[in-house]
Design a protein around this ligand. Sequence first.
Ligand SMILES: *[C@@H]1O[C@H](CO)[C@@H](O)[C@H](O)[C@H]1NC(C)=O
Ligand SMILES: *[C@@H]1O[C@H](CO)[C@@H](O)[C@H](O)[C@H]1NC(C)=O
Ligand SMILES: *[C@@H]1O[C@H](CO)[C@@H](O)[C@H](O)[C@H]1NC(C)=O
Ligand SMILES: *[C@@H]1O[C@H](CO)[C@@H](O)[C@H](O)[C@H]1NC(C)=O
Ligand SMILES: *[C@@H]1O[C@H](CO)[C@@H](O)[C@H](O)[C@H]1NC(C)=O
Ligand SMILES: *[C@@H]1O[C@H](CO)[C@@H](O)[C@H](O)[C@H]1NC(C)=O
Ligand SMILES: *[C@@H]1O[C@H](CO)[C@@H](O)[C@H](O)[C@H]1NC(C)=O
Ligand SMILES: *[C@@H]1O[C@H](CO)[C@@H](O)[C@H](O)[C@H]1NC(C)=O
Ligand SMILES: *[C@@H]1O[C@H](CO)[C@@H](O)[C@H](O)[C@H]1NC(C)=O
Ligand SMILES: *[C@@H]1O[C@H](CO)[C@@H](O)[C@H](O)[C@H]1NC(C)=O
Ligand SMILES: *[C@@H]1O[C@H](CO)[C@@H](O)[C@H](O)[C@H]1NC(C)=O
Length: 753
Amino acid sequence: MMLFIASVAGFSFASIALATPFHLNTRQNASSPCALVSASAAAQTAAAVPTVPAQLAYDCITSVPFNKSAALSLLDAIVPYFRWQSTTAFLKDPPEEYIEKIQDAVDVWGGLESIKSKVEGSSYANEFEFGWALYRLLQSTHDGHFVFIPDVIGTVFNWARPIPLVSVSEDGKALPKPYVYPDVLASSLGNASFTPSAISTINGQNAKEYLENWAQYGSLQDRDALYNNVFYELAVVSLGPSGAGMGSFTGGGRGRWVSTNRQFLCQLDLILTIPTKVYPGPTTELGFENGTTTTYNNYAKVLVSFAGVTDGESLYKKCTPAPGYPPPIFKESHNLIGGYYLEGDYSDVAVLSVPSFVSLDSAEIPFQQVSEQFLAAARAAGKKKLIVDVSANGGGTILQGYDLYKQLFPALIGYAAGDRFRAFESTNIIGKKFSNVAEGLPRVLETSNDTLLELEYDVVSSVFNYQTDMTTDGKNFPDWPAKFGPVHQHGDNYTNLFRWNLSDILTPLNSGGIYVHGYSNITNSTQPFPAKDVVVVTDGYCASTCTIFSELMRQRAGVKYISLGGRSKPGITQAVGGVKGTNNFPWDYIQYLAQYTVTNISTAAEGAELNATELGQYWSNVPFDRMAIGSAINVNFRDGIRDGDDTNTPLQFVYEPADCRILYTKEMTVDVTAIWKAVADSAWGATNRCVAGDLGGYGKRELRRGFREKRWEDRALERRMEVWRRGLSVKDYPLDVFTDPRQTLNGNGIMYP
Ligand SMILES: *[C@@H]1O[C@H](CO)[C@@H](O)[C@H](O)[C@H]1NC(C)=O
Ligand SMILES: *[C@@H]1O[C@H](CO)[C@@H](O)[C@H](O)[C@H]1NC(C)=O
Ligand SMILES: *[C@@H]1O[C@H](CO)[C@@H](O)[C@H](O)[C@H]1NC(C)=O
Ligand SMILES: *[C@@H]1O[C@H](CO)[C@@H](O)[C@H](O)[C@H]1NC(C)=O
Ligand SMILES: *[C@@H]1O[C@H](CO)[C@@H](O)[C@H](O)[C@H]1NC(C)=O
Ligand SMILES: *[C@@H]1O[C@H](CO)[C@@H](O)[C@H](O)[C@H]1NC(C)=O
Ligand SMILES: *[C@@H]1O[C@H](CO)[C@@H](O)[C@H](O)[C@H]1NC(C)=O
Ligand SMILES: *[C@@H]1O[C@H](CO)[C@@H](O)[C@H](O)[C@H]1NC(C)=O
Ligand SMILES: *[C@@H]1O[C@H](CO)[C@@H](O)[C@H](O)[C@H]1NC(C)=O
Ligand SMILES: *[C@@H]1O[C@H](CO)[C@@H](O)[C@H](O)[C@H]1NC(C)=O
Ligand SMILES: *[C@@H]1O[C@H](CO)[C@@H](O)[C@H](O)[C@H]1NC(C)=O
């Protein structure tokens, strides 16, 4: 992926035609929309990323003529990759409950066919219209692992609105209403003389309906999680570079961004987002309950000129502030994981905040260390209760999810859902070849033979070697056909179910360097808290590896899950609202697998034979040339199937209500400890904040007040928290963001929305 990003470093607006088969007409006619964009961008020398009015950007991008031959070759070139998407049969014909409570059915192959016939009939008015149709086809699956963003949609502009919103309940019981976030900030932290008024209409429509519709442009599947993702949220903001920005209403949703505020210059993100790809119209008119109406001008960020920011990575490494988060006890430097204590009446509560399982800059080892150190410290400090907050967690390194679960519950089984992938010609040929090559090699991690070490990485530790993984009942597969199957189901073919071999000596090759607690050389862990003293809270934005972790926590440990926020409707919501596929594959990895099989591990004669099969279809670079710069390009490769589910339904299509739903309040949008206290109260305290569901099985905290003698550490923490809270200031909360594409997230179970 870096290859494609690196090749565009010197991009300037006028030379946008570099890799794309289209040109933005900036030169011939000085009053054409693109020429006006170009002139305006050129004049903004002081800005890291220039902006232009949304309407002008829209007029420019929709003036790009449709290129039929280029469209046809793109549609042909993406077909081999679509075959790797594990869920197309279920998307076309999902379970009834999925349609009723989650999303509509989507016929991916049928949709591709109808785009193709429109292309053949030259029925697209311009390139944008074509790109949008293709983009929407994938986005409408609401599978955060199934992503292709065409260049015309994501390379040139990101659209944005100038203000983020929040959705909060007045008292934690009344249904939430949308507010302008700077109003809430000012009234909470500034000396504003006004009481913020809720938004009742947007562009003349009922505000909640408008926002629910807008939310549907997101990549999560759960509608309440999608709704939360419209709004500003501290957990998301804490992630800076790898988070989802300021909420999809303002357009920072899972975007690539750098704040204009110098203090936040270190926050840049890498992946293009669905909501910033949606043209919001020229203006946004908000009608408030107090009768006032305000109209905001929408704008577009001009992505192809990045004068000013030359080295995203070095900026990114400097700092990642987490506004609204208290001083940590332990924290990974990018805020991927952090441990916190609460003070006063809550001094028996420890909080492990895990907004990501993602691997950035080889963060796996520090990530594991933070959880180890914090859990040990919390026990040593006499903490009795643990809140795990996985809000904003779009996943990351799969085995990191297993590891955290095993740190919490070392004695429990390290498996909750079996994996499988589509069984078809490409996966079969690659599997046969990899298995065959691996049979001639030892399974070793330590070797001074570099050739062998590379083969351990590329082949021996691969899922395409039948010796990797085990059957769901913990046995080795005897050969490749035993793993491959195929199993016919739901009109499609899948491999047999398999599970990770967590004892595998090669685990570090699949985990970014760690072994999983409870296996190999880490067998001395003790369970830090009883299950009844652990709860997990989420904003629904729990995807990919986070859903693997959650399946283990809920199905094996019986830990209760609390969902935050949601649509302005009564009733329970889902806690886990993001993609539940258990592994994404980038398309360039798929291309590499095919080419590597043909050229690197086969003799010339064998290679020629293999290249005459489906493997011969992975040589075109058209999909990579036509993807938006810096964007993700993925399929969902593995399904997760719950242990014991005889219907073999991928978890992606299973509805799972939370145990308790808590609404956001204004305070929770500026001080994250307000969330954790509401959770502690509902789980173990006197005040139940659940508006739906309950945590009935949980015992009360033994002593609500003064659960023990206050020690000097407790008093010191109280003082620290007081100082921190007093110091909270409106200017600490970034509100305006810009983009930079030069960062990539790693992780084999991560949602790229
Ligand atoms: C220049 O472009 C504008 C907008 O596309 C168009 O209305 C106008 O006719 C063009 N002028 C010439 C001289 O081509
Ligand atoms: C259309 O795309 C093809 C590549 O498929 C390119 O060779 C051609 O120049 C493009 N046509 C126009 C008018 O830009
Ligand atoms: C409070 O209001 C005064 C006068 O309007 C202003 O100068 C000051 O910056 C404000 N303080 C904060 C924290 O907003
Ligand atoms: C009405 O509420 C909005 C949003 O909080 C605020 O900006 C505006 O000043 C208020 N208008 C009046 C007249 O109070
Ligand atoms: C290194 O490993 C490769 C692959 O197993 C093998 O072919 C080669 O002989 C080994 N080299 C040495 C010096 O042992
Ligand atoms: C499933 O496999 C069978 C042969 O085993 C094949 O006939 C059928 O076309 C396959 N189905 C799909 C959807 O690939
Ligand atoms: C798992 O990995 C270990 C260590 O590499 C190996 O000994 C074992 O045979 C593998 N399979 C199973 C089913 O444990
Ligand atoms: C476990 O093994 C890994 C890989 O060899 C090593 O880096 C790590 O230090 C070992 N841990 C312990 C506790 O021995
Ligand atoms: C487990 O063993 C390792 C290595 O001997 C040690 O560093 C670590 O502190 C031990 N952990 C516990 C919880 O005892
Ligand atoms: C595979 O072979 C190609 C062509 O010989 C070579 O350029 C490439 O480096 C090889 N890749 C690996 C991973 O060995
Ligand atoms: C494999 O076949 C494709 C066309 O199907 C061709 O472009 C490519 O060069 C071939 N690769 C090799 C190594 O023969």
